[in-house]
Design a protein around this ligand. Sequence first.
Ligand code: THU
Length: 132
Amino acid sequence: MSQERQQLIDKALEARGQAYSQYSGYSVGAALIDDNGNLHLGCNVENAAYPLGNCAEAAAIAAMVQAGGKRIEHIAIAGGRTDITACTPCGGCRQRIHEFADENTVITVFDDSGEWRDYSIAELLPASFHLD
Ligand code: THU
């Protein structure tokens, strides 16, 4: 595994440690590197009013935009109740990533067994919606 991927995985795990996920018990962390080489983290934040919960990817992307990042170079996602299981982004987060992705953007998911996989946004969201 490349050093960059391993570092991003470690940061996603770190971000997951801050998850506020008492309703689902499923904690998620996301770590991304933007086009400026800056790192941004996010975790899921749930709410007693269930639909108001936010995903980890949304939080990391918001942090990127606020800091001036324009594009996601690489994002890693860590999710699971206790053990880390491969957490591919939900449908909404695929669209969120798509907004700031191109064909070189790498989306890494992984699990506790050491298995990992890189996806492109075209693999996760084929025939995607976009405005011309
Ligand atoms: N979740 C994320 O943070 N990202 C995803 O891509 C999948 C789901 C969160 C939302 C909710 O807080 C919990 O995981 C269970 O669905």
